[in-house]
Design a protein around this ligand. Structure first.
Ligand code: ADP
Ligand code: ZN
Length: 216
């Protein structure tokens, strides 16, 4: 069993890489962003509480996301391992994850930092969308669906979904939050000898190969 963290700014490709790793190797992806968006869709109390924060691009409080991860770790059993995507995002979250894993006797095997420069991140994020039925990720310019309005993967029609926070304003705030609150985790995991760096520029397959070389 391998447990990994994918670390990197918004648009670095964490979600794309996590999806492929899960499909190929049976890992379970734990994305706090997806969990929070689900809570928003369900119109649950939590969802309403975090909707504004997310739309602005600010971070949701540590106790909320730590609570979400704790619940998932308790309910999602698998023997291949977990890929943490978008979590931890603060030092407090990293400490909490360490404690949660220790409690259930899981090891954190490695932290993969996907690095990409800011200009590229903006291009990637402005124009991206996904299929609400199967989660497949698309981009207006770099990865449009083969037939307009139809998902290549599951065939759903008119199910494409644009994230509310994928606009230039909120992206600026998300990038700031990354450099201010999340990038200290690079040093944190480096000190624990868990950090591996992967260039997030390049084709999805190249990056996937580089990640596989590290974790397999
Ligand atoms: P991205 O990495 O592209 O910004 P995510 O889907 O990971 O997207 O997160 C979207 C939003 O959800 C964040 O901007 C933030 O408001 C909230 N969020 C997700 N994960 C966390 C977390 N671990 N801590 C705090 N807020 C989070
Ligand atoms: Zn689909």
């Amino acid at each position: 069993m391998k447990n990994l963290i994918l670390l990197g700014p918004p648009g670095a490709g964490k979600g794309t890489q996590a999806r492929t790793l899960c499909e190929t190797f049976g890992f379970v992806q734990l994305s706090t962003g997806d969990m929070l968006r689900e809570a928003k869709e369900d119109k649950s109390e939590l969802g309403t509480k975090v909707a504004n924060i997310m739309a602005k691009g600010e971070l949701v409080t540590d106790d909320i996301v730590i609570g979400l991860i704790e619940k998932k770790l308790a309910s999602e059993k698998n023997n291949k391992g977990f890929i943490f995507d978008g979590f931890p995002r603060t030092l407090a979250q990293a400490d909490a994850l360490g404690n949660l894993l220790k409690k259930i006797n899981y090891n954190l095997d490695c932290v993969i930092e996907l690095y990409v420069d800011d200009e590229k991140l903006v291009q990637r994020i402005i124009g991206r969308f996904s299929c609400s039925a199967c989660g497949e990720l698309y981009h207006k310019i770099t990865k449009p669906p083969k037939k307009p309005r139809i998902c290549d993967t599951c065939g759903s029609e008119d199910a494409f979904n644009y994230r509310q926070d994928d606009n230039e304003n909120s992206l600026k705030i998300r990038l700031l939050a990354y450099y201010r609150d999340t990038s200290p985790l690079i040093g944190y995991y480096h000190a624990l000898n868990k950090l591996r760096k992967v260039n997030g520029l390049g084709s999805v397959n190249e990056i996937q190969d580089n990640i596989r070389n590290i974790i397999l």
